[in-house]
Design a protein around this ligand. Structure first.
Ligand SMILES: *[C@@H]1O[C@H](CO)[C@@H](O)[C@H](O)[C@H]1NC(C)=O
Ligand SMILES: *[C@@H]1O[C@H](CO)[C@@H](O)[C@H](O)[C@H]1NC(C)=O
Ligand SMILES: *[C@@H]1O[C@H](CO)[C@@H](O)[C@H](O)[C@H]1NC(C)=O
Ligand SMILES: *[C@@H]1O[C@H](CO)[C@@H](O)[C@H](O)[C@H]1NC(C)=O
Ligand SMILES: *[C@@H]1O[C@H](CO)[C@@H](O)[C@H](O)[C@H]1NC(C)=O
Length: 659
């Protein structure tokens, strides 16, 4: 309840200042679970497989599962004959696992990590009954030959559900995971080199999301408890962390530590005097390249949400790789003493050579540089999003976004190109969206949701998404869940879903156009673009209207769009009326029941008193909620100037109540 109120007041704050909160876009098209068509792969249905996409090749995907790696054809999602890797834990490992008090399902080998060293050689790691192990495989005459087993500690998680990430680059495996089964020791690791042990400045309760190699770096994306958050309570921030691929460790005592690990905050927020932050990253796309407002850029798209115990707010923000790189060239952040504020480090205090820069041989770096990077891993600036607003925001009581995949730079009939976003949710949907303003402007976004498809059952979160283009076949989207893999079409331009010119054009989907000759909503084949045939096709991405459609009315979703304001207004009214009603009935009852019944229950009354008197020594049960109430008045133990940073502003203070 308090969480809801805090969000409400936050939203109210936004309204009070008439901030341009983007309208919550409504899907143009809804497709129910039973209407979903497309191939699927279920694996062994007698248990939960915990599917994990290991490798994406042009015509097949490798899927890590329980005691197996499946090789699945992208043509029809069937398992390629005779190409399964079977890999079970030994009886001894399983016995040990049961002794640790784990159950049958835990004590299996879930393959999580994969690195291809050459076309016929690869390394895979599995949870191996709570004792992670890696195995070298070679492919000889089409058969897999298992080689040496090595310890998978710090490369692969113990638990298939754990949020770990790993990437294979330059012949080596980079992993962000846990180094013990109690979940106590997170690390970012490559052979021989790792982050510091239990150093909260480096990693503070991280939840790893994804990783990729880029240039001479490897980037990691994760959420963690923010050390720099100085108000009461705690805050989770989204991070991008970075290491150099050629890091050889430091001199002397630093030989097994990174000399290049740096991190920065990712800022996905709705701007305003009090920006509204989506602080918890859930997924990051691969790097895509395209033309935005007339300039070339490399972007990554991330999914961010509000905390799980608050109203479900999700957003997609884009970041330019150049801004990510720039932030790591900028100022560092530091806290001089344990009670002081986190401040920007002045340039004079930064040693030479620059800490964290990639060098040929990091073992020759001076101690002062290595020490500095160890104690100052955090950059002062956050990476700001590329467009002035999130490219998509959604408030929903039913779901949050989990995963994103991008079909980059799809060309519309008007010649402009759009990144088409496919977003998975924790209740089994895939939302197709785009920013219709991207070709023209960075200062404004046009949020459009083309379709909302219930691909999986409601209880199956989307774990991974891949856009697949195969020569001579219809493109598709591969949707990965724990026990199911599904392929669906990238678009739904057909006569069932959009049977009139107006409804087809209203989709605002670059993949679809109304064919004036055949009177049908059709998929736009790319080869038509420069051809006269496009004159008979109608499409309008920006407004979803075409004058040549005439006066006929589309059967498309009515353009009623509930803005966050409307929603909040409704919520506030509801809350207000429930409060009044609650108060009235409470008052009535208290009048009716005054006397003996209450005097018999001194404990309850005492508690009521504690709440109302703001007692500083709450005891007994209900302790927790009392603290929450007490925390509401803004406290500023550091005497920090309320204007010094966004973190100090009232909205953020309210936020801590739902932790
Ligand atoms: C499915 O897994 C069970 C063990 O959980 C095994 O006994 C069975 O043979 C497997 N089925 C197939 C078709 O692989
Ligand atoms: C998976 O199947 C493809 C296509 O048949 C084959 O080329 C490949 O070697 C198989 N296995 C792996 C691990 O790539
Ligand atoms: C993994 O991340 C998801 C989403 O952030 C979270 O709900 C889940 O609890 C995490 N799992 C673990 C084991 O921490
Ligand atoms: C995050 O971005 C918003 C604009 O959306 C900006 O107002 C705010 O100052 C930024 N916060 C940080 C910490 O950089
Ligand atoms: C690093 O090594 C490369 C070749 O290995 C060399 O060209 C370059 O000059 C070296 N840089 C420094 C700073 O030593």
């Amino acid at each position: 309840m308090i969480a809801i109120l805090s969000i409400l007041s936050a939203l109210l704050g936004l309204i009070g200042q008439s901030i341009a909160w983007p309208l919550d876009p409504l899907p143009r098209l809804h497709i129910k679970h039973r209407e979903v068509i497309g191939q699927r792969f279920l694996g062994n249905e007698s248990h939960v497989e915990h599917f994990k996409l290991l490798e994406r090749a042009p015509t097949f995907i490798l899927i890590g599962a329980r005691n197996a790696i499946y090789n699945i054809s992208l043509h029809d999602l069937t398992e390629i004959y005779d190409q399964r890797v079977q890999w079970t834990s030994t009886g001894a490992h399983r016995e040990l696992c049961y002794l640790k008090g784990r159950n049958e399902d835990d004590c299996q080998n879930y393959v999580r990590v994969f690195g291809r060293q050459s076309p016929d050689k690869f390394l895979a790691c599995g949870t191996n009954a709570y004792k992670p192990q890696c195995r070298q495989f070679t492919i000889k005459n089409g058969a897999y030959v298992g080689g040496k087993d090595t310890d998978g500690l710090g490369l692969c998680p113990y638990d298939p559900q754990h949020n770990s990430t790993a990437v294979f680059a330059g012949g080596q495996l980079y992993a962000a995971t846990l180094a013990d089964s109690s979940g106590g020791e997170p690390l970012i690791h490559r052979e021989k080199i790792r982050t510091e042990r239990s150093d909260l400045n480096q990693l503070n309760g991280p939840n790893f999301v994804s990783s990729f190699a880029y240039g001479e770096y490897v980037f990691f994306f994760y959420q963690e408890t923010a050390v720099e958050y100085m108000n009461c309570g705690k805050a989770v921030y989204s991070r991008v962390g970075r290491v150099c691929q050629h890091d050889k460790g430091g001199p002397h005592a630093f030989s097994d530590r990174w000399t290049s690990f740096l991190k920065a905050r990712l800022n996905c927020s709705v701007p305003g005097e009090y920006p509204f932050y989506f602080n918890e990253i859930q997924s990051m796309s691969d790097v895509t390249e395209g033309l935005y407002a007339g300039k070339h850029n490399q972007l990554i798209y991330g999914v961010f949400t509000t905390p799980t115990n608050s109203i479900g707010g999700s957003a997609v923000c884009a970041f330019a790789m150049s801004s990510v790189l720039d932030v790591f060239q900028g100022a560092f952040k530091e806290q001089e003493t344990i009670n002081s504020n986190w401040l920007r480090v002045t340039p004079e205090k930064v040693p030479e050579p620059r800490p964290g820069a990639c060098v040929n041989d990091s073992r020759t770096l001076p101690d002062i540089t290595v020490n500095f990077v160890k104690t100052h891993p955090l950059m002062d600036d956050a990476v700001q999003s590329f467009f002035a607003l999130p490219v998509l925001t959604k408030v929903s009581f039913n779901y949050r976004f989990t995963k994103i995949a991008v079909d980059p730079q799809v060309k519309a009939l008007d010649g402009r190109t759009y990144d088409i976003l496919y977003i998975g949710t924790d209740d089994g949907r895939v939302i197709k969206a785009l920013n219709t303003q991207a070709p023209d402007s960075l200062d404004d976004v046009g949020q459009v949701i083309v379709s909302d498809v219930q691909v999986l059952r409601y209880d199956q979160p989307v774990k991974d998404l891949q856009v697949v283009h195969l020569a001579g076949e219809a493109s598709k989207l591969v949707v990965v869940a724990d026990s199911e893999i599904r392929a669906i079409p990238l678009h739904h331009c057909d006569s069932q879903t959009a049977n009139t010119c107006a409804s087809c054009v209203a989709l605002q989907d670059p993949h679809c156009a109304w064919d004036h000759i055949t009177d049908m909503c059709v998929a736009v084949p790319t080869k038509l673009h420069d051809n006269d045939a496009s004159k008979t096709l109608f499409q309008d991405i920006i407004n979803g209207k075409h004058k040549k459609c005439g006066n006929e009315q589309g059967v498309i979703v009515s353009p009623v769009v509930y803005s966050a304001q409307t929603l909040t207004g409704a919520l506030v009214c509801t809350c207000f009326f429930s409060l009044i009603a609650g108060f009235a009935s409470g008052f009535w009852f208290s009048q009716r029941l005054r006397g003996p019944p209450y005097t018999d229950q001194p404990e309850q009354r005492q508690q009521l008193n504690r709440l109302t008197e703001n007692s500083e020594t709450p005891t007994g049960f209900n302790n927790k909620s009392i603290n929450l109430v007490l925390n509401v008045p803004p406290k500023n133990p550091n005497g920090k100037n309320a204007n010094s940073s966004a973190e100090n502003k009232p909205m953020q203070k309210v936020k801590k109540t739902y932790i």
